[in-house]
Design a protein around this ligand. Structure first.
Ligand SMILES: Cc1cc2nc3c(=O)[nH]c(=O)nc-3n(C[C@H](O)[C@H](O)[C@H](O)COP(=O)(O)OP(=O)(O)OC[C@H]3O[C@@H](n4cnc5c(N)ncnc54)[C@H](O)[C@@H]3O)c2cc1C
Ligand SMILES: NC(=O)c1ccc[n+]([C@@H]2O[C@H](COP(=O)([O-])OP(=O)(O)OC[C@H]3O[C@@H](n4cnc5c(N)ncnc54)[C@H](OP(=O)(O)O)[C@@H]3O)[C@@H](O)[C@H]2O)c1
Length: 525
């Protein structure tokens, strides 16, 4: 049996999840190699021209502010704007990789084809194509950090072969030039649709948004402050307490609050746009397509019903019977899924009384029970993370502690039982809304487990004895961490013996809380 120091690990993907995983596992003594199919680090924030790869557009701006989205031990430089743009994120992650000397353990232009168990069931066979050459390599462990939004979700539209215009998924969209003077229908009103519509409106002859139901739109700003600054740790805890113990009341409160915020941010919404009613915030991720409503208001964007079928080379019929003629292009901004084709060993099932999509059998939406000590998949936990970046370190610290034996996990039978219970919960959500992302997790359960396994010491901020002690001894930090900016440096503040602290955490937390004193900024709504 290999000792921890001899264990080899393949990490797949060099986005925020993979970079953090490489660094954490290496710090904890594993021998790690990361495989990345792009030529650079940054994940989907590293802009790519390859049309079958998901990329942030050059105009994409993060939906959360720089105050809440840095890594735990690498503060965001002051030079960035309040919300980072694609190029800023790419630069931030490049400097993170350089600072921690990660590049030497990354193989670029290396596309993972498939991971399977070797014949003796002792190791993983990792099939990668590096610079066009196929290789099969053996590893003790594999961490899949290859992204939540890796495969395009492309609907099959009725009679789509009749259409002679351009029909693409948003994954293949790069810039508005080719749509100059064209009549374009964008399907969906999520954040990706918002980014694309923003680019198309100034150049296309007319842009349409086809959507089958309403959507909650969250503005990045509220009363002159980034909206994510409204969420403090204490408020998140209270929301999770309500969701756990009083789910119906939590949903009602969340929905009422969202309705108020929609009204406050956008004023009157023309009912003909059908943006309300929108799916509950507790069941679906809101859209940050901030320009969609202003464009509807000034008429540069026209709302259409769901796309029913193509009726001719350039004609489309919508769910209300409207037929639109002379359409040049349709862009389906209909979302993404994780890519499980590279991990065929992951089992799937459906609970009884449920006819939705198959649900992957992953304990805590991370570990396949049979191989929990050697495989994790970080691409299947909708709603789980606070945001796509700052939580990466908590996940990788937890995985490392599970694999190092620092944090115990249940038996395989117990994991299977817990998965069945979780799937029943997902099915109950699906009965409320059959369009939910079935990788959704109970945030309180998911984050509770990860913080405990990672050993972040967050219990020192709770209402128990440890919390009171910390409040008594260090009131300022207690208040900053509970009621101030939700910065990830807090995850490396307390000494727990389970993971490394960040010596600069105290200063970085104080700094983040001082920096946000510039808000509210007059003139930003
Ligand atoms: C356009 C867009 C904007 C977003 N904006 C935000 C935001 O503002 N805030 C937020 O919190 N979240 C946002 N998200 C969610 C997103 O999940 C996170 O921003 C973040 O990118 C997740 O990091 P990751 O490392 O898990 O995955 P990714 O960033 O997707 O990185 C995965 C990496 O794995 C590589 N890879 C995939 N398959 C293979 C393979 N077979 N072989 C080798 N390498 C492979 C990819 O090339 C990629 O580099 C956004 C998503 C999209 C699509
Ligand atoms: N600037 C940013 O920060 C930014 C930019 C882009 C993306 N993102 C993130 O990336 C993730 C993916 O966003 P996304 O907008 O690509 O996907 P998404 O949030 O899943 O939205 C998909 C949209 O397509 C619609 N849709 C899905 N399937 C459909 C079908 N078969 N027919 C018709 N309409 C369909 C959905 O409507 P229904 O409600 O009817 O299902 C929804 O409006 C999100 O987490 C988002 O926050 C962020």
């Amino acid at each position: 049996m290999a000792t921890k120091e001899q264990f080899t690990v393949a990490v797949i993907g060099a986005g925020s999840s993979g970079l953090s995983m490489l660094k954490t596992l290496r710090d904890d003594g594993f021998k790690v190699t990361l495989y990345e199919r792009r030529g650079q680090v940054g994940g989907l924030w590293a802009y790519s021209e390859n049309p079958v790869v998901t990329t942030a557009l050059k105009s994409t701006v993060a939906n959360i502010s720089k105050y809440t989205c840095g890594m735990t031990d690498f503060p965001m430089p002051d030079k960035y704007p309040h919300h980072l743009a694609q190029a800023d994120f790419q630069e931030y992650m490049e400097s993170y990789a350089k600072h921690f000397d990660l590049l030497k353990d990354i193989v670029f232009n290396a596309s993972l084809e498939r991971v399977s168990r070797n014949e003796r069931d002792t190791k993983w066979e990792v099939e990668v194509v590096v610079d066009g050459k196929r290789q099969t390599l053996e590893y003790d462990k594999v961490a899949f950090c290859h992204g939540y939004q890796t495969k395009a979700k492309m609907p099959e539209f009725m009679d789509q072969d009749k259409f002679e215009g351009l029909l693409i998924h948003a994954q293949g969209y790069r810039s508005p030039e080719v749509f100059k003077g064209k009549k374009v229908v964008v399907v969906g009103v999520g954040s990706t649709a918002g980014d694309i519509i923003n680019e198309l409106v100034p150049v296309a002859s007319q842009v349409y948004a086809s959507h089958r139901r309403g959507s909650l739109f969250v503005h990045k700003w509220r009363n002159g402050s980034p909206v994510d600054l409204l969420t403090t740790r204490r408020r998140r805890q209270m929301a999770m307490f309500l969701q756990r113990n009083f789910p119906t009341a939590a949903r009602t409160i969340a929905d009422l609050g969202c309705r108020y915020m929609m009204w406050q941010s956008w004023g009157h919404l023309d009912p003909s746009w059908r943006l309300t009613p929108f799916p509950s915030l507790t069941l679906s991720i809101p859209s940050t397509g901030a320009n969609i409503i202003p464009s509807l208001k000034d008429g540069t964007l026209i709302s259409l019903y769901g796309l029913r079928r193509f009726v001719g080379p350039r004609s489309i019929e919508f769910d209300d019977g409207t037929v639109l003629e002379d359409v040049d292009a349709v862009i389906a901004a209909t979302g993404y899924t994780a890519d499980f084709s590279v991990a065929p060993f992951v089992e799937q099932s459906r609970p009884s009384d449920y006819s939705g999509p198959l649900i992957s059998r992953l304990w805590k939406n991370l570990f396949p029970p049979r191989y929990a000590d050697s495989v994790c998949l970080l691409c299947y936990s909708g709603f789980g993370k606070n945001n796509g970046f700052s939580f990466s370190d908590v996940v990788s610290m937890a995985v490392s502690n599970v694999w190092r034996g620092v944090h115990p996990i249940p038996t395989r039978e117990e994991m299977e039982k817990q998965i069945d219970a979780h799937h029943n919960w997902v099915a109950s959500r699906w009965r409320l809304d059959n369009k939910i992302d079935v990788s959704m997790v109970k945030q309180w359960e998911f984050q509770g487990f990860l913080h405990e396994a990672a050993g972040t010491g967050m219990e020192n901020l709770d209402w128990g004895w440890k919390g009171w002690k910390f409040w008594w001894n260090d009131r300022m930090m207690y208040n900053y961490m509970n009621h101030g900016v939700e910065t990830s440096h807090a995850f490396r503040f307390f000494e727990t013996g389970k993971r490394k602290t960040y010596p600069g955490a105290r200063e970085a937390i104080i700094q983040a809380n001082k920096a946000v004193k510039v808000f509210p900024i007059k003139g930003i709504k």
